[in-house]
Design a protein around this ligand. Sequence first.
Ligand code: SF4
Ligand code: SF4
Length: 96
Amino acid sequence: MATDAPESAVDVTCATCAAACCRQEVLCLTETGVPLRFTTQDSWGGTTMHRLDDGWCAALDRNTLLCRIYAQRPLVCREFTMGGMDCLAEREITDG
Ligand code: SF4
Ligand code: SF4
């Protein structure tokens, strides 16, 4: 098997990923209880997850790479499918 073959969804778990999807812009579309200190306003007045200078979501635990507000995470994060097309694309970008 070629070593540079794209990974398939069956290979994917969050345990083998450096939280690649937690560098995306995340809109807070519904009220899920996200603490305001982790949010900011975009230029259209929408609420988004605050991202630090290096792009990571402010709610990400940098030691464990796990979400610190998992039970309150935004809808966008809830609906992001592990092993889905967006997930695979983010992992590809992070792997370079
Ligand atoms: S959902 Fe996908 S991109 Fe996000 S942490 Fe899990 S494996 Fe990584
Ligand atoms: S809220 Fe949690 S799951 Fe969503 S991007 Fe931030 S750290 Fe990741």
